[in-house]
Write a protein that binds this ligand. Structure first.
Ligand code: URA
Length: 186
């Protein structure tokens, strides 16, 4: 019998596998508040400060940008499921460590199976390289569709790239064109 996302969330709510993260976190940021299977699964890197406080992924400025692009293709946050490569905020927002990714991999795989998306969007270098098992950079990988274990993966820039680059027109255009591909896939 398959378990639900709700049960999976409960299973990991007290996870203590990564000592350093456990010490630093206020919460375990499992994913979107709604617990529904969705056509689109979005995988970011790791929770930041605000996400850790509110226990929801992408609620800061990057999240606002993400919401805007989703709205442009007619999707609300409740129609996609969002999670990260790891569940807990790394100290000072450092990159997740290899061992932390390994510790969280079973959870991520279980989550992918339960959401059962038609497309997985990986945001930024980190989750893209991790999911596709490559060292190729996001600028080369973005906007193309890759097949892995029966799932379609569509890498995109991380919304934080737009913030760092003052919402550059070129990057906004790239985001728009990548999100249009999502629309075609669902
Ligand atoms: N950046 C991420 O990669 N994930 C979040 O949840 C928030 C910001």
């Amino acid at each position: 019998m398959s378990i639900s996302l709700k049960i999976l969330k409960k299973k990991y709510s007290g996870c203590r596998q990564c000592q350093e993260l456990v010490k630093n976190r206020s919460s375990v940021v499992f994913g979107s508040k709604h617990m529904n299977a969705s056509k689109v699964l979005i995988i970011g890197e790791a929770p930041g400060k605000k996400e850790d406080e509110l226990e929801v992924p992408f609620v800061g400025r990057s999240g606002e940008i993400l919401n805007g692009f989703l709205e442009e293709i007619g999707l609300s946050r409740d129609e996609v499921f969002i999670t990260n490569t790891i569940l807990c905020r790394p100290p000072k927002n450092r990159n997740p460590k290899i061992q932390e990714l390994k510790n969280c991999k079973t959870r991520l795989n279980e989550c992918i199976k339960l959401v059962d998306p038609e497309v997985i969007i990986t945001l930024g270098n980190f989750s893209t390289q991790y999911l596709l098992n490559t060292k190729e950079g996001i600028t080369m990988l973005r906007g193309k569709i890759y097949e892995k274990e029966g799932y379609k993966i569509l890498p995109m820039l991380h919304p934080a790239n737009l913030l760092y680059n003052g919402m550059s027109k070129k990057l906004v255009k790239q985001f728009r064109s990548d999100f249009k591909k999502v629309k075609q896939l669902i």
